[in-house]
Design a protein around this ligand. Sequence first.
Ligand code: SAM
Length: 167
Amino acid sequence: MVRENEIRPGEIAVDPPPATDAGLIFIGRIHTPWTSRLTAPRQGRPDGPLCRIEIFSPWVPALEGVERYPRIEVIYWLHLSRRDLVQQSPANDGTARGTFSLRSPVRPNPIGTAIAHLVRIEDATVFVRGLDCLDGTPLLDLKPDRSLFTPIAPPQRGDFETGDCLR
Ligand code: SAM
């Protein structure tokens, strides 16, 4: 069951510290058919509706090369989410799970990610399928799907390190 903004039985909210300015820049805006959190899909599907990612100036040249990748990771800011729940009850049945064990949009930093299927790029607009966010959702970043991406620079030492971090 999708929430608007309520606290459900079993859920725990905290008083979050004031947000700091991490220096994030919204590089675009995502246009989708969904205008309500109650009707948006919980995860995008490759056969979902065609959505439009508008890239703002001056970031348009950063699209060069994106057309090589049939799948791209879209990273967005779920701007209407509350940010204070540490335990949530997705089924609204009185049982709760930790926020970090969920893909809920409600999180301290409401970042959403989706692997989208690239349809085409026209000037400053990227057309994709596979999104689940509301119309007008701010865009944070685009990256090639990591399973399709091979680093372009030569290998470096850390690529092969296996030691654990125990500090
Ligand atoms: N695919 C992303 C992920 O896994 O990180 C987001 C998944 S989240 C479960 C998707 C839900 O977030 C949608 O069904 C909708 O209820 C909600 N949502 C979508 N866009 C939003 C926005 N801009 N602000 C707040 N909630 C949003």
